[in-house]
Design a protein around this ligand. Structure first.
Ligand SMILES: Nc1nc2c(ncn2[C@@H]2O[C@H](COP(=O)(O)OP(=O)(O)OP(=O)(O)O)[C@@H](O)[C@H]2O)c(=O)[nH]1
Length: 394
């Protein structure tokens, strides 16, 4: 089994130049950062609105065809159905703010509503159109409606979704199509419906690949725009956005949010004695070490030159000693002369410090970092002014 997994990684994953984590992030939405989810949400909402606006106009226009091809009650109900569908599309297209607290849930809901309109239209049209009495022209138009679920599956391809999300959106659409196939009392027979079902599965597969490649493209663009080119940590601007959002989420859920301010000790002397490149290298090593220590949902921000801010959601003050223990074990790398690089750290936590906004939280962490400097460097100051030395015991 391990051999098979290694072969898959070596021959299938490696050539795509994706790490296992990145691949996991394209298969399921669980590994996406708050920032990435926010960006994906705004792209999805913008596309739902654009397509809905288009359909809000096109769907009622097609009523002309219904009126020309069908007669009496059939035409009347079809036109009514169209107006209903156009109403839903117009409501989706209506300008709206992207939710500040739950943008991704909003995007998923809007997408689901938009995707369900065509299959529902198809199911309702089956009830309205009496298949037994159709002329050739009417049958042709009625058959066009049976393609609606398939069109929806293909339409999923334009959204930056993960494979799992496409699968979850496709299941109800394929379900509706199957209900349609058997709605006249017919059995679900492979010789009659197999080709249509196969085609739908193929469309789903194509959408999965397209959605994943769009997600990957979007993520690499967003990553480039949000991160510092030297260290790969978030820039101060994107870090502030993440902090604002994470603070809002934590105060809504009543969970703690901690921030840790890191300032390297005597960093200037590295530049002065060993050159700027050695200084740059030390910063990269620091970020690499911090990454090893931080959890998946934590965010690391380059706040200024050699100052970094770690945003630590759901980390109560009581867990700080464990966090510092992990930091101490990973270390911050070495100076060019071989001595360990040290840092002064100030930590603040929203509940323990009673901080009413994220700015206060950062200010407290900053003040504590200076307190750690004044106290002799290579130490952390925690909420309650608790000073914890970081030096490895000799
Ligand atoms: N190599 C390199 N140096 C940087 C970068 N950004 C800021 N610096 C340098 O970081 C140094 C920070 O110096 P100080 O603020 O005096 O701090 P320090 O020497 O670490 O002293 P303490 O903080 O008091 O322990 C300055 O010399 C900056 O030029 C960078 O991207 N690369």
């Amino acid at each position: 089994m391990k051999k098979l997994w290694n072969t898959i990684c070596e021959h299938i994953v490696a050539p795509t130049q994706l790490s296992r984590e990145q691949l996991f992030g394209l298969l399921t939405p669980f590994g996406r950062s708050v920032h990435m989810r926010r960006h994906a949400a705004s792209v999805i909402i913008a596309r739902v609105q654009l397509i809905s606006a288009l359909f809000a106009v096109l769907v009622p226009l097609w009523a002309v065809v219904d009126l020309l091809v069908f007669e009496g009650y059939t035409a009347f109900w079809l036109v009514l159905l169209r107006l209903g569908a156009a109403g839903v599309f117009a409501a989706l297209a209506w300008p709206r703010e992207v939710s500040a607290s739950r943008p991704y849930a909003q995007a998923m809901l809007m997408l689901l509503i938009m995707l369900l309109v065509p299959p529902m239209f198809y199911l309702a049209s089956l009830q309205i159109i009496d298949q037994a009495l159709l002329s050739d022209g009417q049958r042709l138009v009625a058959q066009l409606y049976t393609f609606m679920p398939t069109i929806v599956l293909g339409g999923l391809a334009i959204f930056p979704l993960t494979a799992l999300e496409i699968l979850l959106f496709s299941v109800p659409v394929i379900g509706v199509a199957m209900v349609g196939m058997v709605s006249g009392g017919a059995d679900l027979a492979l010789d009659q419906h197999g080709a249509a079902l196969w085609f739908m599965l193929m469309m789903m597969g194509v959408s999965m690949f397209s959605g994943m490649s769009q997600s990957h493209y979007m993520e690499s663009l967003v990553y480039r725009a949000m991160t510092d080119p030297l260290t790969g940590a978030y820039t101060r601007r994107s870090g502030t956005e993440a902090l604002e959002l994470m603070y809002r989420l934590s105060s809504m859920s009543g969970k703690p949010l901690a921030v840790a301010f890191f300032d390297l000790d005597n960093f200037k002397s590295i530049n002065d004695r060993h050159g700027h490149d050695a200084g740059d290298q030390a910063l990269c090593t620091l970020v690499e070490r911090l990454r090893q220590t931080l959890r998946r949902g934590d965010v690391l921000v380059r706040w200024g030159g050699e100052e970094f801010l770690a945003i630590l959601p759901e980390m109560p003050a009581e867990q700080m000693p464990t966090f510092l223990g992990r930091l101490r074990r990973a270390g911050f790398g070495d100076r060019p002369d071989g001595r360990p690089l040290t840092a002064s750290i100030g930590v603040a936590e929203s509940l323990a410090d009673g901080a009413l906004d994220w700015q206060t939280l950062v200010e407290l962490a900053d003040q504590r970092m200076y307190q750690a400097k004044r106290g002799g460097r290579d130490r952390a100051v925690l909420p309650g002014a608790v000073e914890v030395p970081l030096a490895q015991p000799a």
